[in-house]
Ligand binder design. Structure first.
Ligand SMILES: Nc1ncnc2c1ncn2[C@@H]1O[C@H](COP(=O)(O)OP(=O)(O)OP(=O)(O)O)[C@@H](O)[C@H]1O
Length: 382
């Protein structure tokens, strides 16, 4: 969808902001550009909508060389969201959102109706906020209006330059989560600039880690965290990259252990050859658990002794959530259920399987860990 081919940007004063950059962003993909201040992220972004022209190289949008595309036509296909949202202070939220479609010739009433839908989509009730002016909103709300406005012309591509940079960390995390939910619905092709590695790994399908005008690594978050390509990247992602990996690695059904299972209507007593069993209902949905003690000595049916299970997560949740759930419930294992409405029980995650899941998240890193294990074994057997 977006392709950079050997793109270099040298400013008049001789600064090389971007140096021989080549990369490709697929349709519907969200790529975060991350790196320290001044490394060329914004320059990269602004070359896509021709606010800045490259010195060398070519950029293609949908196979078309953008140098040969009329900038106005080009920008209609590209939404642009920046940190200082740039809303019109004298226009209401609804009119701000409807501006671009209206300018493009959509009748006013229709543009406003669409704007109301978009405000709803970004989590702002149009009835409450539509008639307010920008200075009657919080920073986070203004940011959402900026996102709604960028989506109003329904462009296939979005450029976002530190859009959540100006809000506090709590609001920021909420905006990020809402933005991910939104992106799962609209599936735009997005270039997202940030200098925050946490934000980059949370949002990006892939991350481009910048160092001084060049991309040092362009890869999935788990790979960047698990197997940094260079010492620079390792340093940039931080010594706690193992912890960060917990948030980008998802629980897969293959990670799960299969414990003994009993059903609510099974008669007791019933010896178990493990310390506990998972209790399911007739539909194979998770109900809770029962200890071997209760199973072996209880009377009646499993349902009379089963305990509810509070520590559970849907498959696809992050390992960080899994770890947090274990700690919160002081649980040695958590149940994992189908992400669909059914809630079908799939298996359990234990600290050991959690560790295994973290290992498989990057094959290269798994090899490193295996090596470390061998080294540790050698040390302990001395
Ligand atoms: N108009 C300009 N003239 C000369 N140098 C420029 C110009 N614009 C940017 N630069 C330089 O180009 C380099 C890259 O700037 P750019 O804005 O792309 O960085 P960035 O990674 O987006 O930084 P930040 O995170 O601080 O926004 C910097 O050294 C900057 O000083």
């Amino acid at each position: 969808m977006i392709r950079f081919e050997n793109v270099t940007k040298r400013y008049a004063d001789g600064t090389t902001a971007v140096d021989d950059l080549s990369f490709e962003v697929a349709e519907g993909e969200l790529v975060t550009l991350v790196g320290p201040s001044g490394c060329g992220k914004t320059t990269t972004m602004k070359m896509v909508n021709r606010l800045i022209e490259p010195t060398e190289g070519r950029i293609y949008l949908d196979g078309q060389d953008i140098a040969e595309t009329d900038p106005v036509q080009l920008r209609r296909r590209i939404g642009y969201v920046i940190q200082q949202v740039g809303l019109f202070p004298h226009k209401t939220v609804l009119d701000n959102t409807a501006t671009v479609p209206h300018l493009l010739g959509v009748p006013r009433a229709q543009a406003r109706a669409r704007a109301a839908e978009l405000l709803d989509l970004v989590g702002l009730d149009p009835a409450t906020y539509g008639d307010r002016y920008p200075d009657q909103l919080s920073g986070g709300q203004r940011q959402r209006v900026g996102v709604a406005r960028a989506l109003a012309a329904d462009p296939p591509v979005l450029l976002m330059d530190e859009p959540f940079g100006a809000v506090d960390p709590v609001v920021r995390e909420r905006l990020q989560n809402e933005f991910l939910r939104l992106q799962s619905q609209v599936r735009k092709t997005i270039l997202f600039v940030t200098h925050d590695i946490e934000e980059a790994v949370r949002l990006g399908d892939r991350i481009a880690v910048y160092g001084n005008g060049r991309i040092e690594q362009f890869d999935a978050p788990a790979a960047v965290l698990g197997a940094p390509a260079t010492p620079y990247v390792a340093d940039f992602v931080g010594a706690d990259r193992g912890l960060k990996r917990l948030s980008v690695t998802r629980i897969e059904s293959g990670d799960l252990e299969q414990p003994p299972v009993v059903h609510l209507d099974d008669p007791l007593p019933r010896p178990l050859d493990s310390r506990w069993a998972v209790v399911l209902d007739q539909e194979e949905n998770l109900h809770g658990w029962i200890s071997s003690e209760q199973a072996a000595h209880g009377k009646g049916r499993v349902r009379d002794h089963a305990r509810r299970m509070e520590a559970w997560l849907p498959v696809g949740a992050s390992l960080k959530q899994a770890f947090a759930t274990m700690l919160q419930h002081d649980a040695g294992w958590i149940a994992v259920i189908d992400a669909a409405e059914t809630g079908r029980f799939l298996g359990v995650l234990t600290p050991a399987t959690l560790h295994e899941a973290l290992r498989r998240s990057t094959a290269a890193d798994a090899q490193d860990i295996a090596r470390t294990d061998v080294e540790l074994e050698t040390v302990s057997s001395r």
